[in-house]
Design a protein around this ligand. Structure first.
Ligand code: SF4
Ligand SMILES: [Zn+2]
Length: 344
């Protein structure tokens, strides 16, 4: 993939008046941070900067790099060059803007920033967080007002029961079955008193309704007897309940209790890998990595949005990329586009 943005850090060893084609910038001795983009030809652009091509000066940065020593050039592969301006915003928070530098065709104040001392901060890691936020915000817009039938269940108890029912069952069936059950048995106390057969009948036609009937009765009984009728708010205790795996436990903790947990199912695992956020083989592995990289403010929304995206557009076998608003931010799409260009 030959498109993306880049960050340059360069050192200027003396004060200068930098003359470019159109302007003069008085620059002090110190460190300069520049962000640029190349929507095609990223490798060539970086090579060109490294060569300090003295004859072919075009952008302001070419003039600066003739005088300054490059300390680092970091590429960031992405198809959406608006991330370049987001990077400029990130740099602006810590460093001094050199106003009007490298921002002729955007609304940024500058794309060059100064610091007397070297600021060793993981700026591209911060940008990666913003990249994920951008994806989440696009999906929030796309799926606003389009709740799945099971999203009406919000309390820890409703989430726990509906999750147990949902195993190998379509969302529409889960929603109707769970609702029928909650009408008859709204709390663990009520559910505990029903026979497993009756529970099975109430949740029919959910998959494995007989086994789930037994397990739900047991779950209710344990919650009443051992937890005073309240769903436990920690992973260890939740995982001791019959039919409760890590996915259910995380969903209850995240959506029911507001904890920072990610519920990783097949959609979340697949799409996070396609987008290029992670490179993992199993949902379990994905859960660990995602928990470390997802921005906290969206960690709870992440599951619901990716599930909807997986059911509607980013399908397992043939993703409908031509209908997806994430193409420029998605590695899978960029790689495919790349291989198509190479073939043609
Ligand atoms: S561009 Fe294609 S692969 Fe990427 S998220 Fe969208 S549908 Fe999925
Ligand atoms: Zn900009």
């Amino acid at each position: 993939m030959n498109k993306g943005i880049y960050l340059i850090i360069a050192f200027l060893s003396e004060n200068i008046n930098l003359k470019t084609k159109s302007k003069v910038f008085p620059l002090k001795k110190g460190y300069y941070y520049y962000c640029g983009s190349a929507i095609n030809g990223l490798a060539a652009r970086i090579k060109r900067h490294l060569k300090k091509n003295k004859e072919k000066k075009h952008w302001h940065i070419d003039f600066l790099l003739e005088k300054a020593e490059i300390i680092l050039i970091n590429p960031y592969i992405v198809g959406d060059n608006s991330l370049e301006h987001i990077l400029a915003d990130i740099l602006k928070e810590d460093l001094v803007s050199i106003k009007g530098f490298g921002c002729g065709d955007c609304k940024c104040e500058s794309h060059l920033f100064y610091s007397k001392k070297l600021v060793a901060k993981p700026y591209l890691k911060i940008l990666f967080q913003k990249h994920i936020e951008k994806v989440v915000e696009i999906l929030l817009d796309l799926y606003r007002g389009k709740e799945t039938p099971v999203e009406k269940f919000k309390t820890p108890w409703e989430l726990l029961v509906s999750c147990i029912i949902s195993l190998r069952t379509k969302d529409e069936v889960t929603a109707v079955s769970a609702e029928r059950l909650f009408k008859e048995a709204p709390t663990p106390y009520h559910l505990m008193k029903l026979s497993p057969e009756k529970i099975g009948e109430l949740i029919y036609p959910a998959g494995f309704y007989k086994t789930k009937g037994k397990n739900l009765q047991k779950v209710a009984e344990i919650i009443v007897k051992e937890y005073d009728g309240k769903v436990p708010d920690n992973k260890e205790d939740l995982l001791k309940l019959p039919n409760v795996g890590i996915k259910t436990a995380n969903l209850v903790l995240a959506n029911g209790f507001g904890h920072y947990e990610v519920c990783v199912d097949t959609h979340v695992h697949r799409i996070s890998n396609r987008l290029g956020f992670i490179k993992t083989k199993t949902p379990e592995e994905s859960e660990k990595v995602l928990k470390n990289i997802l921005p906290k403010k969206y960690i709870r929304e992440y599951n619901g949005l990716l599930v909807k995206h997986g059911q509607n557009i980013c399908k397992p076998i043939r993703p409908l990329c031509d209908r997806c608003p994430l193409t420029k931010l998605c590695m899978f799409y960029l790689k495919n586009e790349d291989s198509k260009t190479k073939k043609s």
